[in-house]
Design a protein around this ligand. Structure first.
Ligand SMILES: Nc1ncnc2c1ncn2[C@@H]1O[C@H](COP(=O)(O)OP(=O)(O)OP(=O)(O)O)[C@@H](O)[C@H]1O
Ligand SMILES: [Mg+2]
Length: 459
């Protein structure tokens, strides 16, 4: 399904290709959860505060009536999506997520999960929705200390009244996926913090609900273990196709996990978009500042930075066609194409030699070993090729059609935004040779007889 493909090809490096599972949800309604104009005000006069906010007053204006923790939040989460809510401390994230499963009643607005209205549900229906549709994972997975790991993992099923043998069986499957099979009979206090979090995750997954709400679930972990958990969550999500709403104040975590990210500020969602959209087109200065330190190369793909391929010549136009393009564009190399397919690259030197030797067939001088990248390749994986390539990088699709090019200047400009401490990329220290790459074809070209007026250049 779309989602899984996006994730695989998009911003999750190193994730194994096991995303077919997402297809399970294809036939059902596409929407897992919908929040409509949610407000939550704590204090004396919540309803009055909402009316005033709706009339245009600010959060500060209505302080006398109460603290507006969430203001007019609306969004839709698709099935199988990881939807991240990100914002600084106090921006309203926890309040928002608690309204989603009915832990907190909204002051105004409503929440639908799989089309069922959580906000208007009575206690019985709410319990049913929680049992069937939505589980919550907290920052500290409150494990039951006197129960074994597997009993903890099976706890939600126990509450659902699932017979013991069956629930242990189902819990074992998830423990196994979480890499904890051999710890099934241990007590929680025998495990490390990261392992305990994984038991908590297994417990939430064992419950079998589609929607998982995770509030700062990895924030208490040290960075390495945290990274591992993020990887594992993405893998489990791909395999199981669950819908995850994940809260974090860590931008890199948000960028790594999120199919979409909602950025909150002072109770409001100020932007809701893909990681790429948030990086490349921040809705306001607040978001722009928030994202300025992100390692863009791990989020942006070739598609985002590529440019239309202008420097092309059809093989059928021959050596002269290539020469003409090189001159007109003052370039040192040109991509040779056949239809839209990339055949290879032709350098000015090769063309000049061919012209001198009276050769006309372009195919004979095309260098077919040209490096190519895919539109969905992450910049972080491209940089090395770019450094080695004497010409702009060719971006080709699955049918080897030339869909774009990435000049090294573009790549360097993008790298310029990378915080040095967060990168493990080869640092490009010689922008000087870029200059050479883009210098016009002077000396040698001048030596070539001017006989390039033939037709049949570009299509
Ligand atoms: N029960 C409550 N009573 C009064 N005010 C509250 C209550 N819960 C939250 N608030 C206020 O609502 C605002 C949003 O709080 P919330 O806990 O949702 O923020 P958060 O984004 O989760 O922050 P953090 O990153 O620190 O967890 C804060 O100003 C907070 O003080
Ligand atoms: Mg919180």
């Amino acid at each position: 399904m779309q989602q899984a493909t996006e994730r695989l090809s998009g911003h999750h490096p190193g994730v194994t290709e096991s995303g077919e599972q997402g297809a399970t949800w294809g036939s059902v309604s596409d929407t897992a959860l919908e929040a409509r104009h949610l407000f939550k005000v704590f204090g004396k006069n919540p309803n009055q505060a909402v009316r005033r906010l709706e009339a245009g007053e600010t959060r500060a204006d209505v302080l006398d009536a109460g603290t507006a923790a969430v203001i007019d939040a609306s969004f839709t989460v698709k099935r199988g999506e990881i939807f991240v809510v990100m914002g600084l401390s106090g921006s309203g994230k926890s309040t928002l997520i608690r309204m989603l499963n009915g832990l907190l009643p909204p002051t105004s607005g409503e929440v639908l999960i799989h089309g069922r209205n959580v906000t208007t549900a009575g206690p019985r229906e709410l319990r049913q929705i929680r049992r069937e549709s939505v589980s919550m994972v907290f920052q500290h997975f409150a494990l039951l200390p006197h129960r074994s790991v597997i009993d903890n993992a099976a706890y939600a099923l126990e509450i659902q009244g699932v017979p013991r043998a069956e629930r242990l069986e189902r819990a074992r499957v998830l423990l196994d996926k979480a890499g904890l099979a051999e710890w099934a009979d241990a007590r929680p206090d025998e495990l490390s913090g990261g392992m305990r979090q994984r038991v908590g995750l297994a417990r939430a997954l064992t419950a079998g609900t589609d929607v998982l709400l995770m509030d700062e679930a990895f924030s208490a972990l040290d960075p390495l273990i945290r990274r591992e958990m993020q990887q594992q969550l993405v893998e489990l999500q791909q395999e199981l196709g669950r819908t995850i709403i994940f809260i974090t104040h860590d931008l890199n975590e948000a960028m790594f996990l999120g199919d979409r990210i909602a950025v909150m500020r002072d109770g409001r969602i100020v932007q809701n978009g893909t990681p790429e959209e948030i990086l490349t087109d921040p809705a306001n200065d607040y978001v722009a500042q928030f994202v300025q330190d992100v390692d863009r190369t791990k989020v942006l793909t070739a598609r985002t930075v590529m440019e239309p391929p202008h420097l092309t010549t059809p093989v059928s136009a021959g050596v002269r066609g290539a020469l003409r393009v090189l001159r007109e564009q003052q370039a040192r190399a040109v991509f040779a194409t056949e239809g839209r397919r990339l055949v290879g690259v032709v350098t000015d030197r090769a063309v000049i030699r061919a012209v001198k030797a009276g050769q006309t067939d372009l195919r004979a001088i095309v260098d077919q070993s040209v490096l190519t990248v895919g539109p969905d390749d992450l910049l972080t994986d491209i940089v090395e090729s770019a450094v080695e390539s004497p010409v702009p990088l060719a971006v080709v699709d699955g049918a080897r059609r030339l869909v774009g090019v990435i000049p090294r200047v573009t790549l360097l400009a993008t790298l310029g935004n990378v915080e040095p401490s967060t990168r493990e990329l080869p640092v490009v220290q010689t922008p000087i040779d870029m200059v050479a790459e883009f210098t016009p074809l002077v000396d040698e070209a001048a030596a070539v007889p001017a006989q390039t007026s033939s037709e049949g250049g570009q299509e």
